[in-house]
Write a protein that binds this ligand. Structure first.
Ligand SMILES: *Cc1c(COP(=O)(O)O)cnc(C)c1O
Length: 230
């Protein structure tokens, strides 16, 4: 894709989100753009911050911690990558939301560390909707049972679902994936599980976020489309 400045890219992405919202009869305030800044230098994050970005996504613990230290404190940091249990303690009081929870053992560790630091942590359940062997995430039919178990843990709040759709040339091809995640959230919500929410759907990346918005995404995670290729 052509490399424009970060400001222009942010405007373009936001305009596309707004247009998709209008088409879908949604209010664009329902959709938050997460600037996925992994591998990108602090200067670029600062530029996005100056443009008004307050939600940043990172996929590595050390990089998130370094950037957390270097950036203003009103940023909401989103952990979007696979998280090892022994690293939870480094980010527990720095992240606004962990998008990649796919096991009870990881959730137990998050809960334990959150209790220690006296914080409450928002999480999403990562669902491998496409059932790709290479991807993390629980299977669609395992998600509800996991939510039920995590709901019992202290200092951890299930807020919704996340998926990483396959890398496709045409984002339209992922529509069914996004539709399935959206239906799964409705389905789980209808079970009236205590202490959980299913209001957040984290889905859509540079190649397919317009489709994700039209299928109900409330967080889109865009890296390349804002900061250029990695
Ligand atoms: C890197 C990454 C993104 C952003 O990908 P782009 O295609 O650059 O927009 C989104 N979500 C996750 C989980 C990622 O690791």
């Amino acid at each position: 894709m052509p490399q424009y400045g970060i400001r222009e890219n942010l405007e373009t992405v936001q305009n596309i989100i707004n247009a998709e919202c209008i088409k879908a009869g949604r209010n664009s305030s329902e959709v938050t753009l997460i600037a996925v800044s992994k591998t990108k230098p602090i200067e670029m994050l600062k530029e996005a911050y100056e443009c008004g970005c307050r939600d940043f996504g990172e996929n590595k613990v050390q990089e998130l911690v370094d950037k957390y230290e270097a950036m203003p404190k009103d940023i909401r940091w989103h952990m979007i990558g696979h998280l090892q249990r022994n690293k939870v303690k480094y980010i527990i009081d720095k992240v606004y939301m962990i998008h990649s929870v796919d096991s009870l053992r990881l959730a137990q560790e998050i809960s334990k560390e959150a209790v220690k630091k006296n914080v409450s942590v928002n999480i999403l359940i990562e669902v491998n909707v496409a059932d790709e062997a290479t991807k993390f995430g629980v299977k669609v039919d395992e998600a509800q049972d996991l939510v039920v178990e995590i709901a019992k843990l202290p200092n951890i709040c299930v807020k919704g679902l996340m998926t990483i759709a396959p890398n496709v040339e045409n984002g339209e091809k992922n529509r069914e994936i996004f539709c399935k995640l959206s239906k799964l959230a409705v389905d789980i919500m209808s079970k009236n599980i205590d202490n959980i929410d299913m209001n957040i759907l984290s889905m859509g990346m540079t190649g397919d976020y317009p489709v994700a918005v039209s299928e109900g995404a409330t967080y889109v995670r865009v890296g390349t489309g804002i900061f250029g290729t990695r």
